[in-house]
Design a binder for this molecule. Structure first.
Ligand code: G3P
Ligand code: MG
Length: 372
């Protein structure tokens, strides 16, 4: 009844030609879905906003497939018509890293070769290698993955070059991208470790410097190893399991421990994308503003986007990101924490949101009232 009344109340305000001065950004896992299962209220919440022409985007640390594929899947699962211009996932910004497109890069994580195809077919990287390709070509690079031989050989692709440490023409990796949650932590860690300890990213070699703490500068020489990029920092995420599951941040923490053990504490440079970081929210706001313009045609100066409501389940990514985000366009971001994902009802969130609400439906109701 409350929902209906606010819907009626709301319609009076948007039936005029006023362009709403607020919008939403929704996290996916733990807010709209638990794995593939829609969370109750998610369909109605998004449908209500579409019916009332309130712009929203989906902003997820998830990934592993192309934006097109994931949007099609989400539209089907949530029974809501979505399109890629209202969608930002963890590795979307990798598509803008043009400096590596003509180089050879390692892409880690995700199912089968899906992330490799995202990088080559959607982001125009010309030479992409996965740990699966490497272990299929050189099983002894990580002998313990022999149990997964059938899996890897079902999709592995030929390497652009052979591993031949004695040859200057040996396979060289120029950058490492962790696109999505690694499936085979042993293989993936080993390949990343080999590269970070190598001479100039040439597999099968060892730099005299990297990791050798007996050398000056703690043995760490940034220019002699490929840069390492993670697509998100999430230690936990909300799957269909009752308890939160380790995410890409869990893999990174495990790798950091390995690196410390192997190098005696050499510095490890890496860059982490995704929520809660400022560039991700800047990217999201650009996409939200472009989507709003598409909805209403030209949005003039007198139609500013004053407020964005970020609805999330993870205090460390969704809430911290929205709270810390400094918009260059003057929009204020509010953070709404739901109880249907990582955050556990009754506990003190590690980052204080604007408000804690039961679920995405209550988040929309709260925001519609707040925006009046
Ligand atoms: O891999 C998915 C996980 O990191 C969290 O995704 O949608 O809750 O940002 P999301
Ligand atoms: Mg989430």
């Amino acid at each position: 009844q409350h929902y209906l009344s606010s819907r009626r109340a709301f319609q009076t305000s948007t039936q005029s030609s006023i362009i709403p001065s607020y919008a939403f950004a929704f996290d996916i896992d733990g807010v709209l879905l638990r794995s593939s299962n829609p969370i109750p209220g998610a369909h109605d919440a998004l449908t209500y906003l579409q019916r009332n022409r309130i712009p929203f985007i989906l902003l997820t640390n998830g990934g592993g497939k192309s934006e097109t594929e994931r949007v099609e899947e989400l539209s089907y699962k949530l029974d809501v018509e979505l399109n890629v211009d209202m969608f930002v996932q963890s590795h979307t910004p990798f598509a803008e890293m043009h400096e590596y497109k003509d180089k050879t890069v390692l892409v880690v994580g995700g199912d089968h070769d899906k992330c490799q195809r995202v990088a080559t077919e959607h982001y125009d990287f010309t030479s992409v290698v996965t740990p699966g390709d490497l272990v299929a070509a050189y099983p002894d690079i990580w002998p313990f993955s022999s149990v997964f031989k059938d899996y890897y050989s079902s999709f592995a692709k030929p390497l652009p070059k052979a591993i031949n440490p004695a040859s200057p023409d040996s396979l060289k990796i120029d950058a490492i991208f962790v696109y999505n949650d690694p499936r085979d932590w042993g293989l993936d860690s080993t390949i990343i470790l080999d590269l970070l300890l190598s001479s100039q990213g040439r597999l099968g070699t060892l730099s005299k410097k990297n990791g050798n703490t007996s050398l000056p500068n703690n043995g760490y020489q940034q220019d002699s190893q490929p840069p390492l990029y993670y697509s998100n920092p999430d230690l936990w995420w909300a799957s269909s399991h009752p308890l939160s599951r380790l995410g890409q941040g869990g893999f990174r923490s495990a790798f950091n421990g390995l690196w410390k053990e192997v190098t005696g504490g050499a510095k490890l440079e890496h860059t982490i994308f995704g929520k809660p970081f400022q560039p991700t929210y800047e990217f999201a706001e650009r996409r939200l503003r472009a989507h709003r313009k598409q909805l209403f045609g030209q949005v003039g100066l007198n139609d500013p986007l004053r407020r964005v409501y970020m609805v999330g389940d993870n205090p460390e990514s969704d809430i911290r990101g929205a709270n810390n985000y400094q918009s260059q366009h003057g929009s204020q971001w509010q953070s709404l924490l739901v109880k249907t994902g990582v955050y556990q009802d009754g506990t003190v969130p590690s980052c204080e949101p604007t408000v804690i609400v039961k679920d995405v439906g209550e988040a929309v109701r709260w925001a519609v009232e707040d925006a009046k």
